[in-house]
Design a protein around this ligand. Structure first.
Ligand code: HEM
Length: 508
């Protein structure tokens, strides 16, 4: 018995000594405890506020322990250093097993739940893949998106089809005094991505299936950053415990599995309809063509499904939430809404909808879109980036095996170029001629992140935000029909509190 106790004490002492020896190798942060790290200090919600507060004490680069080490960077200089400066492609293979190339130190992902739950298979698709497979999947998706017309106006036509459908849905609403814009926006954005991936649209009067799967994805995004999933990520055995296991793993898994099945079925239907002789008109067919042409073993059915899974979620949730934020801000600041509308009327008139060719002539509308994205600051914590190589970030050592949290939320909130950053002020983006953009302010507005792992859909998202937002403001004045509270609702994407609007028709 006494041997057992002594062995146990020796083990615990060795663990604690080793833990603090490890802590000493990392940038200094809040004092962690053995076994739990800083987990007990984490708030249940709004972890971005906790991280932001820590940066006031420890500066822009520090470590938090979950109890796995996560190095956090919170200012533009550090984010640029890890994602851009350290990512200059040299194409030199540093590690054959990991397929690690120089300049890709911070491009790796965590393969731990809860983040990894989004995919049924490890290291597949774009969002959660890394190494060689990530490079191939990302390049292939970008090529398909470009072929689909980010350069050929096809994508604009597709977005406009969705805009027209949304506007006719709004027109058909008899009582415009109390409208919930949640589903019209969701369907408009969802149909753009759905048509790109599968080649078809949902009609608003027949969109139950669509609403069901949006609900499943929303549930996942709302819960995935909670404390229980964090605990299970740190201690995987906890998934076998009754309450923590259910909240931190099984509930999320059951929910997201239903989404996996839905995407699998949609892809299977498209595969059956694929005809090699016909030019592909949707992502699934274009990917199949690449599979046949490129003969690359990484382009397979598993990765096709995984990429579609990523695009359906990433292409819809961020953009539709951002548009909801746009309307909320416009109702909170009606004088700014009026100025946007005036610019639209001056440049476009009322007889047609705004198009991408109008965008360069609408600097104020663009400034408002930038400011809504900055101020709503929708992504509180980026997906983890895993560092696979010992490196130094602006003088601080970051050992291999640590996670990296690049806090773009803090950059857009605190950077000194955003004078009076708490204030919603689109004018900050324009110089005194009201036409030229302030490049320094624009450079640090990074809602799509920066570097090699930035948003693949940035071009499409920017197009959607401009076309959908300006069409809505041209057609209607949005007046609050309920309280508009700009306090965000916590989740992997910060969402608006529910609100209702009165729609006052404007242009003919
Ligand atoms: C307002 C809209 C959007 C915002 C704010 C946004 C933001 C972001 C951010 C910050 C990242 C980087 C994540 C990281 O480093 O961990 C990202 C990645 C990604 N986004 Fe977006 N996004 C938007 C729209 C879209 C759209 C429309 C698509 C698809 C068409 C898309 C597809 C992706 C994909 C696939 C990735 C993963 C890239 C990679 O891991 O290599 N996003 N997005």
């Amino acid at each position: 018995m006494s041997v057992l106790i002594v062995s146990f004490l020796v083990f615990i002492t060795a663990y604690i000594v080793h833990f603090y020896w490890k802590v000493s190798k990392y940038p200094k942060g809040p004092f962690p405890l053995p076994f739990v790290g800083n987990l007990l200090q984490f708030p249940a919600e709004n972890i971005q506020l906790y991280i932001d507060d820590l940066s006031k004490t420890y500066g822009p680069c520090f470590t938090i322990w979950t109890p796995l080490p996560s190095v956090v960077v919170t200012d533009y200089e550090h984010v640029k250093e890890v994602f851009v400066t350290q990512s200059i492609e040299k194409n030199e293979c540093l590690n054959e097993n990991l397929l690690l190339f120089s300049g890709e130190t911070f491009t790796y992902r965590s393969h731990l739940p809860p983040e990894a739950l989004l995919q049924p298979h490890v290291n597949t698709g774009v969002l959660l893949a890394d190494g060689d497979n990530w490079r191939i999947q990302r390049r292939t998706s970008l090529k398909i998106l470009r072929d689909f017309g980010l350069g050929r106006n096809l994508m604009e036509e597709q977005v406009m089809r969705s805009v027209h459908e949304m506007l006719s849905q709004l027109e058909s609403i008899a009582d415009k005094k109390n409208v919930d814009m949640f589903w019209p926006i969701q369907l408009c954005v969802g149909n753009v991505i759905n048509e790109s991936l599968f080649g078809y649209h949902y009609k608003h009067e027949d969109s139950e299936k669509f609403q069901n799967f949006v609900g499943i994805v929303d549930t996942h995004l709302r819960n995935v950053r909670n404390r229980a999933p964090l605990l299970v990520a740190a201690f995987p055995w906890m998934k076998h415990l009754p309450i923590i296991g259910e909240l931190g793993y099984h509930f999320l898994k059951r929910n997201i599995d239903t989404y996996h099945k839905f995407i699998q079925e949609e892809v299977t239907t498209q595969i059956k309809e694929y005809d090699e002789e016909v030019e592909p008109e949707n992502f699934v067919h274009a990917y199949m063509k690449q599979m046949k042409q490129a003969g690359n073993p990484n382009l397979d059915m598993t990765n096709l499904c995984a990429s579609v899974l990523d695009f359906w979620v990433a292409g819809m949730e961020t953009t539709s939430n951002s548009l909801r934020w746009h309307l909320a801000y416009m109702m909170k600041y009606p004088e700014i809404q009026d100025k946007v509308r005036k610019e639209i009327f001056d440049v476009v008139g009322t007889s047609r909808l705004p198009s991408m060719s109008d965008k360069p002539n609408m600097p104020y509308t663009q400034a408002v879109i930038h400011e809504v994205q900055r101020h709503s600051n929708m992504i509180p914590i980026l997906g983890s980036h895993l560092n696979v190589e010992d490196t130094t970030v602006l003088g601080k050592k970051v050992p291999a095996g640590s996670f990296l949290i690049a806090q773009i939320w803090s950059v857009m909130k605190n950077d000194k170029v955003f004078e009076d950053g708490e204030k919603f002020n689109p004018d900050r983006y324009l110089l005194s001629d009201r036409k030229t953009f302030n490049k320094t302010v624009l450079e640090r507005t990074i809602p799509f992140s920066v570097g090699k792992r930035n948003c693949v859909g940035e071009g499409l998202a920017r197009m959607e935000l401009f076309l959908i937002f300006s069409a809505l403001i041209q057609k209607y004045e949005f007046v609050p029909a309920s309280k508009v509270d700009l306090t965000p609702v916590w989740g992997a994407v910060l969402t608006t509190n529910p609100y209702r609007c009165k729609l006052v028709p404007q242009a003919a």
